[in-house]
Design a protein around this ligand. Structure first.
Ligand SMILES: [Mn+2]
Length: 193
């Protein structure tokens, strides 16, 4: 069994290539032109324990916003394609993820109805020169294109780097739990996700 997908998304703003292999853990290979985002995606892939390759370039000199949102969209699409009809998956995943003083709750439902419920408590301070307002765009894009219900809650934290890195790691871990194969049936009383 190989749940693999390759998504390429090219616009006039960005060129994004995302490859996921849900059944082949390996070291993430990430290049995005935004070092902090590369760092966060590596954390997501590493702690999600799935194969992740991201190659993304674009108009980051204008604003990293386009690139970060477009990678979120492509990653969600890749996960959705790799899952196919979702037969046998656990469907739900959740992780409390601490990083020193920061504590984030990430809850995933591979529902087919993609929406991110963002907690306004997340800090609106730039990290590494990147405006905080790009992070909800990443998670909204991922949830929408992935058909994933995603709840993010900030429970504690002072350092914005810790808080956002914990959120990426938590998404990796919650996703790993949700995509795990635990049976054979499509996990819905409707018979379809
Ligand atoms: Mn870090």
């Amino acid at each position: 069994m190989s749940r693999h997908a390759l998504v390429e998304r090219v616009t006039q703003e960005t060129r994004v290539r995302v490859e996921v292999d849900l059944d082949q853990p390996r070291a993430p290979q990430v290049a995005t032109e935004v070092p902090l985002f590369t760092h966060f995606l590596q954390a997501l892939g590493h702690h999600g324990r799935f194969g992740l390759t991201v190659d993304a370039a674009g108009d980051v000199a204008v604003d990293p916003h386009h690139l970060i949102e477009d990678v979120g969209i492509a990653l969600g699409s890749a996960v959705r394609q790799a899952l196919g009809n979702g037969a046998g998956i656990r469907r739900y995943g959740q992780r409390w993820l601490p990083m020193d003083e920061a504590l984030v709750l990430v809850v995933v439902d591979i529902s087919g109805r993609g929406q991110c419920y963002w907690d306004p408590a997340f800090p609106n301070r730039p990290v590494g020169g990147v405006a905080a307002e790009v992070w909800p765009e990443f998670f909204h894009g991922f949830a929408r294109s992935g058909g994933i219900t995603l709840h993010l809650r900030l429970t504690a934290g002072e350092n914005a780097h810790h808080i956002y890195e914990a959120t990426f790691k938590g998404l990796g871990q919650a996703l790993a739990e949700a995509v795990a194969v635990v049976g054979t049936a499509v996990p819905s009383t409707k018979g379809v996700l």
